[in-house]
Design a protein. Structure first.
Length: 90
């Protein structure tokens, strides 16, 4: 996870308009299999990815953490809201 996050951060840090980049992180699982009770549930691994992104991403890149899993309505709403704000859509 550390390698994946550092590679993703490296690519995102190359983007010239970093203030446009938003990372929305679901704190309760990155897939339907990694939620609590799922076969790939591994909070330590998820935390490693999140912490590495925080450490490696340029400070101009906003990280938004959502206390839900990636398939929840709350997460979808947060992504929609973030995108709407970035595009200036009401």
């Amino acid at each position: 996870m550390e390698y994946i996050a550092s590679c993703a951060a490296e690519r995102l840090n190359r983007y010239h308009h970093k203030e446009r980049v938003k990372i929305v992180i679901p704190l309760r699982g990155f897939s339907s299999l990694s939620v609590q009770g799922g076969r790939l549930h591994d909070p330590a691994s998820d935390k490693m990815l999140t912490n590495t992104l925080k450490k490696c991403l340029d400070s101009e890149i906003e990280i938004i953490e959502i206390d839900s899993d990636i398939n929840s309505k709350d997460f979808a709403g947060a992504v929609t809201e973030t995108l709407s704000q970035a595009l200036g859509v009401k």
